[in-house]
Design a protein around this ligand. Structure first.
Ligand SMILES: C[S@@+](CC[C@H](N)C(=O)[O-])C[C@H]1O[C@@H](n2cnc3c(N)ncnc32)[C@H](O)[C@@H]1O
Length: 143
């Protein structure tokens, strides 16, 4: 199981991820059925992050402008913003959802970052998420 920085996770979280992975693998439903049943498998933390975006999104419905995500990782946030926009403001053709990333993780880290931090991903290439083509494919799947 590869999920985030294992050193930063509690043993409880790690065992929850292991249980979710086994639940997902052992479920005989097909892949699309399992994806559509996402609350069954996603952690409450992942669902809470999505709900937080929903709460923020509701506040900007009457505000003109673009949404910029600095650091796309796997695209969960970027696609959440894009899908919230398509659900709640389908006629807003001027809202842009823009994602920035190196698609190769941290280009470098400064001494100030590493001298006190213990985060495993604090290194060049740390926090590498999905490839840009994969994120672009997810965007194309929306249309
Ligand atoms: C913590 S993750 C972002 C998580 C994401 N916003 C989410 O909600 O799932 C940080 C991302 O920032 C990117 N990143 C780090 N340093 C960067 C830089 N200098 N320029 C662009 N992207 C950078 C990494 O590649 C990584 O994908």
């Amino acid at each position: 199981m590869k999920s985030r920085d294992q050193k930063s996770q509690s043993s409880n979280d790690l065992s929850q991820f292991g249980a979710a992975e086994a639940l997902f693998s052992n479920d005989p439903a097909d892949l699309i059925e399992k994806i559509e049943a996402f609350p069954k498998f996603a952690s409450r933390q992942a669902i809470a992050k999505f709900l937080t975006k929903y709460e923020i999104f509701k506040r900007i419905l009457t505000v003109n402008g673009s949404i910029v995500e600095c650091g796309v990782l796997h695209g969960a946030g970027l696609l959440a913003w894009a899908k919230l926009s398509s659900i709640f403001e389908p006629a807003n053709h001027v809202r842009k959802v823009i994602g920035f990333d190196t698609f190769g993780g941290f280009p470098s880290v400064a001494e100030e970052d590493t001298e006190t931090g213990t985060f495993n991903e604090l290194k060049k290439g740390g926090l590498t998420g999905s490839a840009i083509d994969n994120v672009l494919e997810a965007v194309r799947c929306m249309t």
